[in-house]
Design a protein around this ligand. Structure first.
Ligand code: NAP
Length: 305
């Protein structure tokens, strides 16, 4: 296990108590054990995988596998998996709904009024007149879509392939991206970070959103071009943004996103896989690996998710 953060350490403790007999190595620098067949990590730094000649599985403790796939020296035969569990979709649905409702129901203005002791009523808008566009309708995006439908919004989604069945209209691929964006009053980014999605929300794309749209990025920072987003908020095309993920984390103190009155920064806390199911999935995959069976939640390395 590569203990690169407290997040991963808590998974380590759960793994040790669930499978005390498992031989687990946590010393990144010293990792060169020929017995190591599997890695359990969030980020895989360069230089580790080549020291593990019998490595066959690199399992992400998180829902995204980008921190593992970004290792430039991960041999092509190593299988990569990611964490998928129902609690993650529910946590994300809560967080995205919170951000959308905070803006839609003018919570910051009400909190300012409360602080000022001011009684001033405001109009209650009709959610069905507003469209939430969800980029990525996967294991998490589909749960978020259901929650927002239940709150009365019109919901649409954008995906890469047309393979998924959905309860909402789905726009597919680059050819339908502009139509999708042009209808999205709230844009929720739940794409994986891949070679294709990197920088996909640039100035040209964000400009396609209707005026006064609001952006929620809970996927990965590198998908949004941060300077372009900031410029469009500052020039008034976008009403604001709620950002949970950033190109550089922790977000540097010098970032103009901090203290911006129309941007809310949160520290990559939108959702986290529940420890128990993720550890169980890893142990199940170790067994499957030993028995030559298909793995749970294996990433297609050719597309990056
Ligand atoms: P998933 O099940 O793999 O779904 C990914 C979705 O994105 C699919 O609908 C896929 O399209 C679509 N997609 C991928 N590449 C695309 C492209 N080039 N163009 C258009 N659509 C594309 O992923 P998930 O489990 O829902 O997780 C999504 C992401 O959320 C994770 O990768 C992670 O980065 C992020 N996340 C963040 C947090 C946080 O705390 N902020 C927590 C958990 C997860 P198809 O349906 O056609 O395959």
């Amino acid at each position: 296990m590569l203990l690169t953060s407290d997040f991963v350490k808590s998974r380590y403790e759960a793994l040790r108590s669930r499978a005390p007999g498992l031989h687990v190595i946590t010393d990144i620098e010293g990792a060169s054990d020929p017995d190591v067949t599997a890695l359990f990590a969030f980020k895989l730094p360069a230089g580790i995988a080549p020291r593990l000649p019998n490595l066959r599985l690199a399992a992400s403790v998180g829902a995204g596998a980008d921190g593992i796939l970004s290792a430039p020296d991960l041999p092509p035969h190593v299988k990569v998996t990611r964490a998928v569990e129902p609690g993650l979709g529910f946590s994300m649905a809560q967080f995205v709904s919170l951000q959308i409702l905070r803006h839609f129901r003018s919570l910051p203005a009400m909190e300012r009024q409360h602080a000022a002791g001011e009684w001033k009523r405001m109009a209650v808008l009709d959610a069905s007149q507003l469209t939430v566009g969800i980029m990525g309708l996967g294991s998490i995006g589909s749960v978020v879509a259901d929650a927002l439908l239940a709150l009365g919004f019109r919901v649409i989604a954008w995906t890469r392939t047309s393979a998924r069945k959905a309860r909402v209209p789905v726009f597919v691929g680059e050819s339908q991206k502009d139509d999708f964006l042009a209808q999205s009053n709230y844009l929720v980014c739940l794409l994986p970070f891949t070679a294709e999605t990197k920088g996909t929300l640039d100035h040209a794309s964000l400009r396609k959103l209707p005026k006064d749209s609001f952006v929620v990025n809970v996927a990965r920072g590198g998908i949004v071009v941060e300077d372009d987003l900031l410029a469009l908020v500052d020039e008034g095309h976008l009403a604001g943004a709620a950002l949970d993920v950033f190109a550089s984390e922790p977000l540097p103190a010098s970032s103009p996103f901090w203290h911006h009155e129309r941007i809310l920064v949160t520290p990559h806390v939108a959702a986290q896989p529940t420890v128990g199911p993720v550890v169980e999935q890893f142990l199940e995959n170790l067994q499957r690996l030993a028995q030559g069976q298909p793995l749970l939640n294996q990433v297609d390395r050719s597309v990056g998710y």
